[in-house]
Design a protein around this ligand. Structure first.
Ligand SMILES: [Zn+2]
Length: 300
């Protein structure tokens, strides 16, 4: 099924000759919408804005009049209606703009109530200090966006043979105190299972962290990052550029976990979204690649 067949028709305002389509008429917390923009004329520059945050937009294929984008809705974004604004210029210098109101619904996430010993709820002051420093380090990474798109084509689930992930958005209430929601999808796997890069990207972080144990963060460009946690082994180092599917480490149970699995996260312009949705959204290229010179399709 091509994404174009499921695109819904939102109320929107666009300058003449421009159409904007979204993969769904509304979004929910932690979800992701695919944007398809088509202009009557070739486009030069295009920028997207979603409540003050940049929306990653790119040209895929050879059609200069088309752009794609990803609208990431953070897991904890307050439900309501938000304006998506896309502005730009055509190659001949005319201004172009589109705006659409996108409703954000509350996400449906599981809640788990646990009673555990105090030592599991209250980390030591040193552990708190370490965890805070690491949180800031991750925030600094997610706050920066590499301007080039480093990937091309669809994203894959990092474990072979796995088709579902669980626990995204799940809220844990430990001894009556709500913790922060689970920001990724947990993929089943035994210790030692190879973990593959979901797409091409540059290793932004490869080290042991307090909560997520041995962790790799991949920068795919345009503010899009994937996160791989609890690894038993890391096979890459910061700065490496990995091709799609490269083995970056092995499944494990490092960090604060009860058993081996892969914690897989996705951040789009700082919004924590369900990574499983990205795999589904980018399944098809927007157009058939040209037959000649098929090796030169990368556009940026
Ligand atoms: Zn997890």
């Amino acid at each position: 099924m091509a994404p174009a067949e499921v695109l819904a028709d939102n109320a929107r305002t666009c300058t003449a000759g421009t159409t904007l389509r979204l993969s769904a008429p509304e979004a929910s917390q932690g979800s992701l919408l695919l944007i398809e923009l088509k202009s009557a004329k070739p486009l030069a520059g295009v920028q997207g804005d979603w409540g003050g945050r940049t929306v990653p937009m790119w040209r895929e294929g050879t059609d200069e009049a088309k752009r794609r984008g990803l609208l990431g809705v953070d897991l904890e974004k307050a439900p309501g209606e938000y304006e998506l604004k896309i502005t730009g210029e055509t190659a001949s210098g005319e201004k172009m703009s589109c705006s659409v109101k996108v409703p954000v619904r509350q996400g449906r996430f599981a809640t788990e109530r646990l009673q555990v010993g105090k030592e599991f709820v209250e980390p030591s002051p040193e552990q708190v200090k370490r965890a805070n420093e690491e949180r800031q380090k991750l925030r600094d990474i997610f706050d920066s966006a590499t301007p080039e798109r480093l990937w091309d084509g669809p994203f894959r689930i990092p474990l072979d043979g796995v088709t579902t992930g669980s626990n995204f958005g799940k809220r844990r209430i430990l001894n009556g105190n709500p913790g922060s929601p689970h920001g990724g999808a947990d993929l089943p796997g035994v210790t030692g299972t190879t973990v593959h890069a979901a797409q091409r990207g540059k290793v932004a972080l490869a080290e042991e962290l307090f909560f997520s144990g041995n962790t790799v963060v991949l920068d795919h460009g345009l503010g899009i990052y994937t996160f791989y946690g609890h690894l038993s082994e890391i096979d890459v180092k910061a700065g490496d550029v990995l091709e799609a599917g490269t083995v970056l480490g092995k499944v494990g149970a490092t960090g604060r976990v009860t058993g081996p699995h892969l914690h897989w996260g996705l951040t789009v312009e700082r919004a924590r979204v369900n990574p499983m949705l990205l795999v589904k959204l980018l399944v098809n290229s927007p157009e058939v690649p040209p037959r000649k010179k098929s090796s030169k399709r990368r556009t940026r």
